[in-house]
Every structure is written in structure tokens, then in C-alpha cells.
Ligand binder design. Structure first.
Ligand code: BGC
Length: 809
């Protein structure tokens, strides 16, 4: 690998040859002079240009052919570049989207995209394997590095508060510990390439409906224990180079304008020392954002720059705040591969990344049901039903979507297929391909061809039931950024066609004593309770990335034993969720009614020096659209279902295997503020396999109320042979056992007994032990940041006369 001459040296030479010698010596240079000296040498104009990002650089031209000096910074670009100031040796650097792969906007000279579509993050977290998350992050971080990208806008790690949240596929879990650990591992993987990771969206950004202006209202306990906790873990364990603030407000103020959140909490309490950037075209007011410690406005426009300069000049923004952000950005720039002169190849090792994508996909599949239907023997003749068996959904929609050069469909990977069934679907696909005009290019990618589910004739199904050994029926769904999912047929529920397809297939195959297996090729949770009893097997394959078909075949045939477990609960009904009264599940956005969308027009990124920032009068605010009250408080996901004893379709942490495991009793030893837990796991079945062990803790009762139990640690065994025993070592801390006490602004470890369990899911506790805490301990005093503006009517557990835990408020 050639090493390029660092930009700082080029800049110095340029100055040496083009300007009087004395001037070159007097000017500080980034990299060789202290950061403060470089900041002091910058004009206000230069600093204001640096703290705004600009231009979708990768979209227009190959970075190597790019001359940033010809760019007019007044160009109201869409973002993606930061910098530059030649005279001080500050190069331009580039960030690109990267929630689950590198997003590129231009093709390689040979016409390929040359990027890998990895499985979606909810699939990676279903592996409960932090090593795997690290490997995936390292692979796509490497693609960033080899295409000259200095920072990746990912991982995204908001809590999957409600199953209909449109971006759940891009997030990790309903649980903050699992989210935080997965994000930390991904960050470490990305940054192992010296490419910066940008964790996002900070914070409590849990709906897409009116995402740019919604006010999240919640208690500081829920904020600390649920919504901030994952970010805290990722910051402390992996030191991401950047954090992207979210679009929404929290307790009345935009996150990007909250100094108490950015400076007091993240920088002060967590010692975050990177850069804060806004989410793209966020609605905050740039001078307030900079004053709050939001270092980078993405994307920058003339208007942002003018506002920052104007505010400094009229005394409403202290120039020291601009200097502070400038210094943070310079510290980022000196770390980059660009600054260090790395000569990127433009050709990452796509073969090995494809292998990583395939392995990762198979590790994250979750077997929800298996009545002796799987694995299939190698000679099994398979009837592949459902259009998604032939056109797999591989990635979610939106900014994180990666362009891959090919997709391995399930139909490409299954050897023995019923030809009549395949012919039926292939004929339809050919018809759509031949008769649909070429798809249009959109900002987020090509608009894919739309295939709708086809109902095969009864005769075809009945013949297949006679001719083949098993029916595989793939149900496909896809969601994306910008809108939430819908509580309707075709999204949460099966469509009428899917329902009758399943009925006809199960009737015909069961009449022949043959099995029916459903593959859920979905972006998120779907309703399963009404139909799961009618089929023999269910494998949740999420959106498995470009190698998905092969990975599915690996698991169906038993080449890979499924070991994934759910990172989110599958409730029986959407109306069982704790969040449904406070989530816009029934909201129809104005644009879908053909009406002007007030919220979508809100932005301060308009020209003529006039603020276009519009605020609706409070009297017109719509619940769950303009504001959302998190009345479920800390009782999100299994914390709710398990505390209030609600039946669910598939619990958090659930997943079957082709083998079985026995758990030993956990042994806990304390070392200061941390605990080590040892637990034996034995493979008691006939197949080799891995097991995800989850450790939950139940706290002693306290007046504030507490969940039945909470995840405090998890680990996955290596591949165990039948009969093999493995001893897992896990660690957790006092803080993992503690609760946040809003009235004292502190993390408290209550006195009493903590029951610590080894579990195979949140509802399958295998063994217990107990830890005693003699005296209440105040573990950490915090700032009193982000207080609610008004009290919230949150649920609390109470015990009724029959001893049942019920909801009180
Ligand atoms: C998304 C971010 C993304 C950015 C840039 C925004 O709309 O919320 O996640 O990184 O666009 O594409």
C-alpha cells in the first residue's frame, strides 16, 4: 500500500512555494501546531465554514479527482464533507452513511458499486454475539477506508420502543444493555480501520412520524435507564469519534440545542471527547446549536454560516463556543486517514466481506417454531412459495440502504426445487421485469421494482403437495426511514392473499402428511399469534443482506444450527404493547391525505437570511405527532410484559435450536464494584450448536417500583459438540443492578437481595443465585439534566388484593 503525503505537508509546501517564506513560518499548521494555535489563527468566517458540513461529495465525483478549492461553500449542499482551510493545513474529510454497510453515491469506474449489503442491525443483534458485530463493523468500516471515507454515520442505536417504529430494523433492541453492547462492538469494528463511527440518533428518537419536530416527553428515570443507557455504554466502552444528535425535542427542547445533554451529561459525566453533529437538515437554530455544544451542522448552508457569524457579531453567541466546536472538529480531522495520507485502494476485499455477510446472516436467524420440520435432509424436494423466496428483501429503506451488486435469493441457493412452483413465480417476475419502465434514481437509491404476492392456483399447490417433500412459504415485508409502520394488512398483519396462500398450502401439505415452514423475511415484528399454530416451522430471517439466500439454505439444511434469539418481544396483539396509547399507530400523515405537511416544512435552512423556522401554536399540537408522552416509563418491551404478566407470542430472548442445552447454577464473585459470574452450559442434544445465555436480575422492592427483572449480562457459547460442557464467564457491575432516582439525581443500589438468573429467554429462567446488598449505596451523583416540563402520568406496578402485579398510575 502506497502512503500518500499527508495533506498538512502538501499545504505547507504549497504555502512555501506560493507565499512569502515568512508568512509560511508564522502560520500554525494542523498536526504540527497545537490545536488552540490553529483555532486562534482562523478567522470567524473560516470557523463558521468548518462547523457546517457541505456537499454530497461522493455522489458527484470520485474523491481522488475532487478539487475542493473549486467548490463554493455557499452551495447549499446536502452534507457529507467537512473542511477545509488550505492555509492552515486543514484538509476536507468525508463522512458517509453506514448503519449496516457503506453507502456510496457513485459507481466504480467498472460500473459496479463495489459495496457489500450486510444484514440489518436487528439481525446482527439477534445473534447476541458482540464478536460478530465487531467483525461486521470492521468489514464495512474497511469499505469506508478503501473508498476514502473518514467517518461512517452509524451505528444507529435507538431503543425499539414500539414494534411499529419504522426504523427498528436499523436499531438493535428494546433493551438498552443489548443495544449498547452491540453498538460498542460495531464502533470498535469500524474504528479498527481508523474510520470514525458516528453513533446516532441521540436521543429518544423513537418514532418516524413528525420525526423532525416531535417532542419526546419522559421522566429522567426512563431517559437514564432506558434511552441514554445504551449510548452511555457505547461511549464509555468504545469511544466513538462522533455522536449524531437526533431531530426530535426532548422535554421541550431540540436535542441539538440542549447544553445540559451534550455538555453537562455526555461530555461532563461520560467524558465524551469527540464531535457532536446534527442529523441532516435538523430543525434547530444553528447559533443555539453551537452554543449548546453541537459542533457540526449537517449539511451546512450559507444561511447557517451567516446566522453563526451574525450571532457572534451581535453578541448573542459567544465566539468561544465556535472556537470550542472548531477545536473538536480539528481533533477529529487530525485522526483521519485523509489527514494521515492513507492512499485508499478503491477495491476492498469484497469476497471476504461477502463471506462475513453470509455467516453473520445465519448467526442472527431466529427459529421461532419447529415441530420436527427442520432441518431438511439434503435430498429434500422443496416447494418454494411466496414471491420473497425468489426476490428476497435484503435491506431496509432509507439513508442506510447499501447498493449491492448482486443478491443471492433463496431460489438460487436451494438445490432441489419443485419446478412447477418455481416456474409459476419466475413467469410473474419476468412479466414485471419486461413490462415495467426502468426505475428512477432517487436520493436514497434506485426505486426497486415492485413485486406483489401471487396466489398460485389450488391445482398447483395440490400437485406440489404430492410431488415435493416440504413447503417453504416466505412472507416478505420492508420498511424504512421517514414513516412508521402501519397496523394493517400487508404490514403488521398478513394480507388476504397471504392468509389464503397459507391456508391452501397447509391444507394440501398436511393432507399429504408433509410439513409447512414459514420464513419471515421481515424488517421488524409482525403479528404471529393468529396463524402460528397452523404451520410446522417458523424461521425469522429478518432482512439478511445480499448473501441471504445462501445463509437461509445453510440453516434450513442444518449446515448451520440456528442460535439467534429475539432482541425484541413479539406480542400477541399490537394492543398488548405498553406504548400503543402513546404511539402514532393510527396517524395518517397529511401528505398521504394530499394536504400540506406543516411539520415537514420546518427548517431553518432557507435563503434570504430569514428564518423559516415555524412553530405550531401549542393549541394546535396533536398528541403522538407533535408530542409523545412516554407513559410506559421504564416498562418498555419485556420489562412491561414480564412485570405485568402479559402473555406474548414470542418473548424477548427466545429462539430455538436443533439441539438442547442444560444450564448449571450461576456462581457470582464480587470484585469491588464489579461482579464475575460463571455458569456451565452443556449441549444435551444430538446436534452441534451454540447457546446464548442471558443473565437477568430482579431487584429488591423499592417505593419507585421496579421491573420484574432486567438483563444485566449475556454471552454466547462457542460451537459445542453433543455432550460438551462449557463454562461461560460474564461480568456485570453494580450500576447494572442499580436504578436511577430522579429526586436525588443519582444511581442508587438498593439494600436487599438481588436474584440473579441464568436464562434462555426472559420467560425461560434455568437457574438462580442471589446477591445480598447490606446497605443502600449511592453509586453516582449526576447532573440534573433534561427535566420534564410538566409531570407525566406514568404507569407503576402495584399489587392487587389477589397478589397480582397490576398497572397503577
Ligand atoms: C437520517 C440519518 C442519516 C442522514 C444522512 C437522516 O435523514 O436520519 O440517520 O445519517 O439522514 O443521510
Amino acid at each position: 500500500m502506497k502512503i500518500k503525503v499527508p495533506s498538512a505537508i502538501i499545504a505547507l509546501c504549497a504555502i512555501a512555494f506560493s507565499a512569502p517564506q515568512v508568512q509560511a513560518q508564522e502560520l500554525p499548521q494542523l498536526g504540527s501546531s497545537p490545536i488552540d494555535d490553529v483555532v486562534s489563527a482562523m478567522t470567524l468566517e473560516e470557523k463558521a465554514r468548518l462547523v457546517i458540513g457541505y456537499l454530497p461529495a461522493l455522489r458527484k465525483v470520485d474523491r481522488r479527482k475532487m478539487d475542493f478549492s473549486v467548490l463554493d461553500f455557499d452551495y447549499p449542499g446536502l452534507g457529507f464533507a467537512i473542511g477545509k482551510v488550505d492555509r492552515l493545513g486543514i484538509p476536507a474529510t468525508i463522512v458517509s452513511d453506514g448503519s449496516y454497510g457503506l453507502k456510496k453515491y457513485i459507481k466504480n469506474p467498472d460500473g459496479t458499486w463495489g459495496t457489500t449489503a450486510f444484514p440489518i442491525p436487528i439481525l446482527v443483534s439477534s445473534s447476541w454475539d458482540t464478536e460478530l458485530a465487531n467483525t461486521v463493523g470492521a468489514a464495512y468500516g474497511n469499505e469506508g477506508k478503501e473508498y476514502g471515507v473518514d467517518g461512517l454515520l452509524g451505528p444507529a442505536m435507538n431503543i425499539q420502543r414500539d414494534p411499529l417504529l419504522g426504523r427498528n430494523f436499523e436499531y438493535y433492541s428494546e433493551d438498552p444493555l443489548l443495544s449498547g453492547k452491540m453498538a460498542a462492538a460495531t464502533v470498535r469494528g469500524i474504528q479498527s480501520n481508523n474510520v470514525g463511527a458516528v453513533i446516532k440518533h441521540f436521543v429518544a428518537n423513537n418514532q418516524e412520524t413528525n420525526r423532525i419536530a416531535n417532542d419526546t416527553r419522559l421522566t429522567t428515570r426512563a431517559l437514564r435507564e432506558i434511552y441514554l443507557r445504551g449510548f452511555e455504554i457505547a461511549v464509555k466502552e468504545a469511544q466513538p469519534w462522533m455522536i449524531m444528535t437526533s431531530y426530535n425535542k426532548v422535554n421541550g427542547t431540540y436535542t441539538s440545542e440542549r447544553r445540559d445533554l451534550l455538555i453537562d451529561l455526555a461530555r461532563g459525566e461520560w467524558e465524551f471527547d469527540g464531535v457532536f453533529m446534527t442529523d441532516f437538515n435538523g430543525t434547530g437554530w444553528s447559533p443555539w446549536q453551537v452554543a449548546a455544544g453541537n459542533d457540526l451542522i449537517m449539511p451546512g448552508t450559507t444561511y447557517h454560516r451567516q446566522n453563526i457569524i451574525g450571532a457572534v457579531n451581535d453578541g448573542t453567541l459567544d465566539e468561544k463556543a465556535v472556537d470550542f466546536s472548531t477545536a473538536n472538529l480539528l481533533r477529529y480531522i487530525v485522526k483521519t486517514n485523509e489527514f494521515k495520507g492513507y492512499d485508499y485502494s478503491g477495491s476492498p476485499d469484497l469476497k471476504s466481506h461477502a463471506e462475513t455477510a453470509r455467516q453473520a446472516a445465519a448467526e442472527g436467524f431466529v427459529m421461532l417454531k419447529n415441530d420436527n420440520a427442520l432441518p431438511l435432509s439434503p435430498q429434500t424436494k422443496t416447494a418454494l412459495f411466496g414471491i420473497s423466496s425468489y426476490v428476497l428483501n435484503i435491506s431496509g429503506k432509507g439513508s442506510g440502504n447499501v447498493r449491492s451488486d448482486y443478491v443471492v435469493n433463496l431460489s438460487d441457493a436451494i438445490a432441489e426445487q419443485d419446478a412447477n412452483v418455481s416456474d409459476f413465480y419466475n413467469a410473474y417476475i419476468k412479466d414485471v421485469v419486461d413490462n415495467t419502465p426502468k426505475p428512477q434514481r432517487k436520493f436514497f437509491g434506485n426505486v426497486p421494482l415492485e413485486f406483489v404476492e401471487q396466489l398460485p392456483e389450488s391445482e398447483l399447490i395440490e400437485a406440489a403437495a404430492k410431488d415435493s417433500d416440504v413447503a417453504i412459504v416466505t412472507i416478505g415485508r420492508n420498511a424504512g426511514e421517514g414513516s412508521d409502520r402501519k397496523l394493517k394488512k400487508g404490514d403488521w398483519l398478513l394480507t388476504d392473499i397471504e392468509t389464503s396462500m397459507l391456508k391452501k398450502i397447509t391444507d394440501a401439505f398436511h393432507a399429504e402428511h408433509k410439513k409447512v415452514v414459514v420464513l419471515l423475511n421481515v424488517d421488524g415484528v409482525v403479528e404471529t399469534a393468529s396463524w402460528k399454530d397452523s404451520v410446522d416451522g417458523i424461521l425469522l430471517v429478518w432482512l439478511p443482506g445480499q448473501e441471504g439466500g445462501q445463509a437461509i439454505a445453510d440453516v434450513l439444511t442444518g449446515k448451520v444450527n440456528p442460535s439467534g434469539k429475539l432482541p425484541i418481544t413479539f406480542p400477541n396483539s399490537y394492543f398488548d404493547t405498553p406504548t400503543h396509547p402513546n404511539f402514532p399507530h393510527d396517524y395518517v400523515p397529511p401528505r398521504e391525505k394530499g394536504v400540506f405537511d406543516y411539520a415537514a416544512s420546518m427548517s431553518d435552512t432557507h435563503e434570504n437570511g430569514k428564518s423559516m423556522r415555524q412553530e405550531k401554536p401549542e393549541s394546535e399540537w396533536v398528541k403522538n405527532v407533535d408530542y409523545t408522552n412516554y407513559e410506559e416509563d421504564i416498562y418498555v418491551g419485556y420489562r412491561y410484559y414480564d412485570t405485568f404478566d402479559k402473555p406474548v407470542s414470542y418473548p424477548f430472548g427466545f429462539g430455538l435450536s436443533y439441539t438442547t442445552f442444560k444450564y448449571g447454577k450461576p456462581q457470582v464473585t464480587q470484585h469491588g464494584d464489579t461482579y464475575q459470574l460463571d455458569i456451565d452450559v452443556t449441549n444435551t442434544g444430538a446436534a452441534v450448536g451454540k447457546e446464548v445465555v442471558q443473565i437477568y436480575a430482579s431487584s429488591p422492592a423499592n417505593p419507585a417500583g421496579q421491573p420484574a427483572h432486567e438483563l444485566i449480562a449475556f454471552a454466547k457459547t462457542p460451537l459445542l459438540q453433543p455432550g460438551e460442557k462449557h463454562s461461560l464467564k460474564l461480568a456485570f457491575s453494580k450500576k447494572d443492578l442499580a436504578r436511577y432516582d430522579s429526586s436525588r439525581a443519582a444511581w442508587i443500589l438498593d439494600a436487599g437481595e438481588y436474584v440473579v438468573s441464568g436464562a434462555s429467554s426472559s420467560r425461560d429462567i434455568r437457574s438462580n443465585t442471589a446477591i445480598g446488598v447490606q446497605k443502600e449505596q449511592l453509586l453516582e451523583k449526576t447532573t440534573n439534566s433534561v427535566q420534564p416540563e410538566a409531570p407525566l402520568n406514568v404507569i407503576k406496578p402495584c399489587i392487587d388484593q389477589s397478589g397480582q402485579t397490576i398497572e397503577c398510575s
